[in-house]
Design a protein. Structure first.
Length: 246
C-alpha cells in the first residue's frame, strides 16, 4: 500500500504547491496516479496565505484529486474563533488567544482581508471576519477528519495517547498531544505518522514518524511517501529513505 503525506502547511501555499509537484514527479516515476495524499493538518496560521491554502485544497478535492486532509489544532482554533470570538480551545494555554502573533491567527485573518488583529476589539474583528471568510472554507475545515488509517500506517496531526485503543482516541489528543506520545517508545500496533511538533528535519523513531519540518517557522515543507511501513522523503532528486533512528 502506497500513501503520500505532507506535513504542517501553516499558510504557505507556495510550499504546498511544490510538495504536490514532488508527489506528481514520484507518481510518474512509479506509474501510480491513484495513491492517496494525506495532509497532516495545520493548514492555517503563521504563513502569508492561509486562505489560498484552504481554497487550493478544496478545489483539488472537488476536481477529484485523491487527497485526504486532516484537522490540526490550528484549524480547529480558527473555526472556534469564527463561531465565537471569545472561544478558547481546550488544548490552548488560558493566557493565549488564537489571534496572538505567537499562534499566527492574525496572519490567517489578514490573508482573508481582515488586518490589525492585535489592535482591534475581538468582537469587531470577528464581525468583519464573518463577512469576509467564505462559509465553504469554514464548512470544509469543520468537517475535516482527525485520523486516517492506511493499512499499518495511522496518519494523525499530533499523535495518539499510548495504551488507548485507536477507536477510543479523542480529538483533543489527536490534535494537541505532545509529551506522553513523543516519549513513548513502545509499539502502537501501527506506525503513527504525525506533525504538530516542529523539528529541523523529518524524524523516524521506529514507532512514529514526524513530518513537521517547520514550514510555519520558515523551514521546508516535507512531502513523503509510505510503502507499507517504509518511509521515503521526496526531493527534487528523487526519494531518500527515512530509516528509523538507531
Amino acid at each position: 500500500m502506497r500513501t503520500y503525506a505532507i506535513g504542517d502547511i501553516h499558510g504557505h501555499l507556495d510550499k504546498l504547491e511544490q510538495a504536490h509537484r514532488l508527489i506528481e514527479e514520484d507518481r510518474a516515476r512509479v506509474g501510480d496516479s491513484s495513491a492517496p495524499v494525506v495532509h497532516l493538518g495545520d493548514l492555517v496560521d503563521r504563513g502569508p496565505d492561509s486562505a489560498g491554502v484552504v481554497d487550493y485544497l478544496i478545489r483539488g478535492i472537488e476536481a477529484g484529486a485523491p487527497w485526504i486532509v486532516l484537522k490540526g489544532n490550528h484549524d480547529r482554533m480558527f473555526t472556534g474563533f469564527m463561531s465565537d470570538p471569545d472561544h478558547q480551545d481546550p488544548g490552548l494555554r488560558a493566557d493565549l488567544h488564537w489571534t496572538h502573533p505567537r499562534l499566527g491567527g492574525d496572519a490567517t485573518l489578514a490573508s482573508y482581508g481582515v488586518p490589525g488583529a492585535g489592535e482591534r476589539l475581538l468582537h469587531d474583528l470577528h464581525e468583519e471576519a464573518r463577512a469576509r471568510v467564505p462559509e465553504r472554507h469554514l464548512h470544509f475545515l469543520r468537517a475535516l477528519p482527525s485520523r486516517a488509517l492506511m493499512g499499518e500506517v495511522l496518519f494523525v496531526h499530533a499523535g495518539i495517547r499510548p495504551g488507548i485503543p485507536l477507536e477510543d482516541q479523542v480529538e483533543d489528543d489527536l490534535l494537541w498531544i505532545r509529551r506522553p506520545f513523543l516519549d513513548w517508545t513502545g509499539d502502537h500496533g501501527v506506525l503513527v505518522v504525525h506533525g504538530h511538533t516542529a523539528v529541523d528535519a523529518p524524524e523516524h523513531h521506529g514507532n512514529r514518524v514526524n513530518l513537521d519540518s517547520g514550514a510555519g517557522y520558515g523551514r521546508a515543507l516535507t512531502a513523503a511517501v509510505f510503502e507499507e511501513r517504509r518511509a521515503f522523503i521526496l526531493t527534487p532528486e528523487g526519494r531518500i529513505e527515512l530509516a528509523p533512528a538507531t
